[in-house]
Design a protein around this ligand. Structure first.
Ligand code: FES
Length: 147
């Protein structure tokens, strides 16, 4: 069901932890499963992501996608990091089962939230970055009746 890469990143997640005095921190949840993801970014004066760490209270797919996402954004500029979508992360992991695709959104949204925090702290605007959600299901009204 899971690719070898997903299993590898789940069993040996990269970049787990916190960054003290991070340039940006983003937290996003998934109210439906109760999982939470927090991403820490260390960004240098050239807007390059020097380091990225994550902490999660989440399922295996959320762990694996966040682990891969941190690897993909380290060394990138903040604009290049915006292109690290959940699809790019899933491709890098050789795919996820369809029922687990939403889990990969946590990492993408948390990175966006951390970039937003960085922009706010520095009084800059990152073109193409939208105000982050607190929950990946925010705005999906049509599904709210189920719960
Ligand atoms: Fe909640 Fe995967 S089941 S993020």
């Amino acid at each position: 069901m899971y690719s070898d890469k997903v299993m590898d990143h789940f069993k040996n997640p990269r970049n787990v932890g916190e960054i003290e005095n991070a340039s940006g921190v983003g937290t996003v949840g998934n109210a439906k499963c109760g999982d939470i993801m927090r991403i820490f970014l260390d960004i240098d004066e050239n807007q390059v992501i020097r380091d990225c760490k994550f902490k999660t209270f989440g399922c295996g797919a959320a762990v694996a996608t966040s682990s891969m996402a941190t690897e993909l954004v380290i060394g990138k500029t903040i604009y290049e990091a915006l292109e690290v979508t959940n699809k790019a992360v899933m491709d890098a992991l050789d795919g996820l089962p369809p029922v687990k695709v939403h889990c990969s959104l946590l990492a993408e949204e948390a990175i966006h939230a951390a970039l937003w925090d960085y922009a706010e702290k520095n009084g800059i605007k990152i073109e193409g970055l939208e105000k982050p959600k607190n929950d990946i299901h925010e705005g999906e009204e049509e599904e709210s009746e189920e719960y």
